[in-house]
Design a protein around this ligand. Structure first.
Ligand code: CAO
Length: 478
């Protein structure tokens, strides 16, 4: 028989916003499985389950507001009931977190200061921007691989760690996905540039607390070693621009605030190399123009990007190490057997990176259709967390806007990103004469720890050949 799961005592808080719902009907939950993430003015926290069973109905959605006793979901006890002790522990987790949030002394500086902490999370740059599900329930409903592996510290499959976009906008910090910490602690750690994998949690069952993060920072500063292993960066001097003329100060957008530190982390942590090349896409564009109307009739806008994504798939199949990530130790390469392609989308809210899943199983038309659907969702601010998770390689195309080339920043923990500029007609020397050809400039940014220069150049040369081979691009996908 279905039973109710309700919001436990939230201390002084009432009418708190739900910023994420981590369960769906059919999920098997255990004691401590995070059910929802709520956000107060002071902190973001998970509400873990105090029961075990199978979710039959979910009563909440993002944006709803809850107080003590609000119905979260209904469940049927389908797995062994949790022991009283574990139920007490779960309840204790909630009340401890809530009381920390309620206490100004314990409130996290990041939450109090960062506007992003006061707003619903938004995923930004792929894994970098997307919530990373780390609960068994969330992992089971997510098609994403390595970044949603449940934290299973004690071998019981419990993972009272949840997600926010800010918490999982990870640049080169694969360990974050496995760290045993609340979203607000993750956010706090990210803002300080702290690698949570290096911290031993002193909280319940080893959970990392804000104090653990602060203590780690103090120790690290005292020892003069940064989390990146180097010394502190020299600071850019602060300048009073008003001395030189009138100024106006505007806060950065929420997405910029989230993505900025992670772009910087990628920039600082990854030794980037940029390999530039060009492809002759004359035949490809002719085929595109020929099929454009037919595609439009089917509701698909066929742009060069769909062909480029298909060529990327072919290149990634040939060079699987480009479809990989370094693990947290930096000593092993995680080769991904899936091919989820992220693409940068310029939206009114800022840069977002939706992900086309299993791009290797899709032909040009399916890729174009998904590009259209996801771009529209991105612009309307309707992308879900899952829409932005799990990219294994990213393409950033500025071809619709202009420019002859640019040097993109890798969407860590991926190891490469393709930057596509605008194609233009150029005179090309062929068989003793110049002929006009449509030339597409592109740049592969790659992590030199993983990809050698020769391999990078082989990848871009292969990609150029694939882009020139329109028949190969249009072939049915097996
Ligand atoms: N060369 C020449 N023309 C191109 C082109 C290229 N490389 N790429 C696209 N175009 C053309 C398209 O064919 C289209 O023209 P028509 O309307 O005449 O067919 C026009 O440019 C606009 O294309 P689009 O932008 O609507 O579609 P897209 O599939 O190329 O791109 C998307 C979709 C979401 C990637 C794009 O709209 C976008 O947001 N780009 C910005 C990405 C960004 O900000 N990157 C920087 C991130 S930091 O690294």
């Amino acid at each position: 028989m279905a039973q109710d799961i309700t919001v436990p005592d939230l201390g002084d808080f009432k009418d708190v916003e739900v910023i994420d719902v981590l369960i769906t009907p059919g999920d098997v939950i255990e004691v401590d499985t995070p059910l929802i993430t709520i956000e107060t003015e002071k902190a973001t926290m998970d509400v873990p389950s105090t029961v075990a069973g199978t979710i039959t109905a979910v009563a909440l959605k993002k944006g709803d507001r809850v107080s003590k006793g609000s119905l979260i979901a209904q469940f049927e006890a389908g797995v062994p009931a949790a022991s009283t002790e574990r139920i007490q522990e779960a309840s204790q987790t909630v009340s401890q977190t809530v009381s920390q949030a309620a206490s100004p002394a314990a409130a996290q500086p990041a939450s109090a200061e960062s506007p992003s902490a006061l707003q619903p999370p938004a995923a930004v740059f792929g894994d970098a921007g997307a919530p990373t599900a780390t609960s068994p329930a969330a992992a089971s409903r997510s098609p994403v691989g390595a970044d949603v592996v449940p934290d299973d510290k004690d071998g019981k499959g419990e993972a009272p760690v949840s997600l926010t976009a800010a918490s999982s906008f990870v640049m080169g910090e694969a360990g974050f996905a496995r760290a045993y910490a609340s979203p607000s602690v993750r956010r706090f750690a990210r803002e300080l540039g702290v690698d949570l994998t290096q911290i031993e949690g002193s909280g319940l069952k080893g959970r990392i607390t804000p104090d653990d993060v602060k203590a780690w920072v103090k120790r690290t500063l005292a020892s003069g070693v940064s989390s990146a292993g180097g010394g502190a960066l020299p600071k850019i001097p602060e300048i009073d621009f008003a001395k030189f003329g009138p100024i106006e100060s505007q806060p950065l957008g929420r997405i910029q605030k989230i993505s900025g530190p992670h772009l910087q982390a990628s920039w600082l942590n990854i030794p980037h190399v940029w390999q530039m090349d060009e492809a002759d896409i004359t035949a490809m564009d002719a085929a595109r123009i020929e099929s454009r109307q037919k595609a439009l009739d089917a509701g698909i806008k066929l742009t060069p990007l769909a062909f480029i994504l298909r060529a990327c798939v072919q290149a990634l199949q040939e060079f699987p190490f480009v479809n990989s990530s370094l693990d947290a130790s930096g000593a092993n390469l995680v080769l991904k057997k899936y091919m989820h392609l992220g693409f940068a989308a310029d939206t009114p809210q800022g840069l977002l990176v939706p992900v086309i899943r299993d791009a290797d199983k899709k032909d040009i038309y399916e890729l174009a259709r998904e590009l259209g659907t996801l771009s529209q969702k991105a612009r309307e601010g309707k992308l879900s967390a899952a829409d932005m998770q799990g990219a294994s390689f990213t393409v950033s195309s500025l071809g619709g806007i202009g420019g002859t080339s640019f040097t993109p920043i890798i969407n860590a923990p991926e190891v490469a990103i393709l930057g596509v500029a605008r194609a233009s007609m150029k005179p090309v020397w062929q068989e003793g004469q110049f002929v006009p050809r449509l030339i597409l400039p592109f740049t592969l940014a790659y992590d030199h720890r993983v990809i050698d220069g020769a391999a990078g150049a082989r990848f871009t040369s292969f990609l150029a050949r694939k882009l020139a081979d329109v028949n190969g691009l249009l072939e049915a996908v097996p």
